[in-house]
Design a protein around this ligand. Structure first.
Ligand code: AN0
Ligand code: CP
Length: 314
C-alpha cells in the first residue's frame, strides 16, 4: 500500500480488517517496526478521535509523531500553478508538501469538504495536491468526500459483533443543526458494499448520495420500512447535492428507541461526535446495543493496521 485514501488503495480488505483485530489483541507486538520513523498529522479541521487514535497507533508501532493545526498555525496556501503570489496566499502547496516530506516518513491529512463548491469538493482538491506533490505515503484523516480510517474501524466493529455472514446494515440519514459533509456516509457505503454486506440507505427524498458510492445498495425513502430486520443501524447526517451545504432539519428522522424496536435487535452505530437528542436520543446512544465507543476504540487499531501495512510496504 502506497497511500491510504480510499477503499481502492486496499489490496485485501478482509486481511486488513483481521490485521486491525489482531493488533487490538496485542497492540505492542510490532513496537520496533516504526523505530526512527515519523508520522506527520496535518489538520485543517477539528478532531478528537482521529487526532489522538492515529498518534496512539503510531506510538504502538514505535513511531514518533508531529502534529500541526495547519488552519490556525500554517501559512495561507496557494493552489494555482504559476500563480503570482502578491495577494493573500503566503506559501504554495507544492513547497509545503515537499517540506513536510523532509520531516515525515508518512503524512496524514484532514481536510473537510468546504460545502460551497461541489466540483472542488468532489475533485478532492487538498488531498489531490498532497498525493501529487508528496514523495512519502499519504493517509487520509477525512478528506472532502471520504473518511476511510473511520470506515475501516466501522467494518472491524461490525465484524466483531455480527451474528451472521451477511448482516443487514442500514445507513440512516439524521437531522443536524449545521451542514455536514457526505464523507462519512460515502465511505461507509463504499466499504460496507466492498465487504459484501446487505446495505440499505434511507433518507428523505433529495438527499441521495452519489451513485459512485451507493451502487449495489437498496435505497428506501421510508425509514421505518428500511429498519425492518436490520442488524446494524448506522446513523449520520450529510448534506444534499441540491442547494449544496444548506441545513436540513427534519426531526422526524432522529433515531429513537421506538424506531430501533422495528429492527432485528440491531446495534446502533455512529462515528462521533454526535449531537445528542438531535441525531439520536440519549437512550439510543447509551443503550447496551450502542457500539459508538467500540467504534471509537477501534480507530486506534484501524490506523495501526494501515500504518503497519505502509511501513511493511505491502
Ligand atoms: C464531521 C463530518 O460529519 O464529516 C466529522 C465526523 C467524523 N462531523 C462534524 O463536523 C460534526
Ligand atoms: N470520528 C471522527 O473522525 O472523530 P473526530 O472528528 O473527532 O476525529
Amino acid at each position: 500500500m502506497k497511500n491510504f485514501t480510499s477503499l481502492k488503495d486496499v489490496d485485501k480488505l478482509e486481511k486488513l480488517i483481521q490485521s486491525g483485530l489482531s493488533l487490538k489483541e496485542n497492540p505492542l507486538e510490532h513496537i520496533s517496526l516504526g523505530k526512527g520513523k515519523t508520522l506527520g498529522l496535518i489538520f485543517f479541521n477539528a478532531s478528537l478521535r482521529t487526532r489522538l487514535s492515529t498518534q496512539k497507533a503510531a506510538q504502538n508501532l514505535g513511531m514518533q509523531t508531529l502534529v500541526m493545526n495547519f488552519d490556525n498555525d500554517g501559512w495561507k496556501l496557494e493552489f494555482e500553478d504559476g500563480a503570482t503570489m502578491n495577494g493573500n496566499t503566503q506559501e504554495h502547496i507544492k513547497d509545503a508538501v515537499q517540506v513536510l516530506g523532509q520531516y515525515c516518513d508518512i503524512i496524514g491529512i484532514r481536510s473537510f469538504a468546504g460545502l460551497k463548491n461541489l466540483k472542488e469538493d468532489y475533485q478532492e482538491k487538498m488531498l489531490s495536491h498532497f498525493i501529487n506533490e508528496s514523495k512519502v505515503p499519504i493517509v487520509s484523516l477525512e478528506s472532502a468526500i471520504r473518511h476511510p480510517l473511520q470506515s475501516l474501524a466501522d467494518l472491524m466493529t461490525i465484524n466483531e459483533f455480527k451474528e451472521n455472514e451477511k448482516p443487514k446494515v442500514v445507513l440512516s440519514w439524521a437531522p443536524h443543526p449545521k451542514a455536514l459533509p457526505q464523507a462519512v456516509a460515502n465511505s461507509f457505503a463504499e466499504w460496507a458494499l466492498g465487504a459484501g454486506f446487505d446495505l440499505t440507505i434511507t433518507h428523505p427524498k433529495g438527499l441521495e448520495l452519489s451513485k459512485e458510492f451507493t451502487t449495489g445498495a437498496t435505497i428506501e425513502y421510508d425509514q421505518e420500512k428500511a429498519l425492518e430486520d436490520a442488524d446494524f443501524v448506522y446513523v449520520k447526517n450529510w448534506s444534499a447535492f441540491d442547494n449544496y451545504g444548506a441545513i436540513i432539519q427534519d426531526d422526524n428522522w432522529t433515531m429513537t428507541e421506538e424506531k430501533m424496536e422495528l429492527t432485528n435487535n440491531a446495534s446502533f452505530m455512529h462515528c462521533l461526535p454526535i449531537r445528542r437528542n438531535v441525531v439520536a436520543t440519549d437512550e439510543v446512544i447509551e443503550n447496551e446495543k450502542s457500539l459508538v465507543l467500540e467504534q471509537a476504540n477501534n480507530r486506534t487499531y484501524a490506523a495501526q493496521a494501515v500504518l503497519k501495512t505502509i511501513l511493511e510496504n505491502e
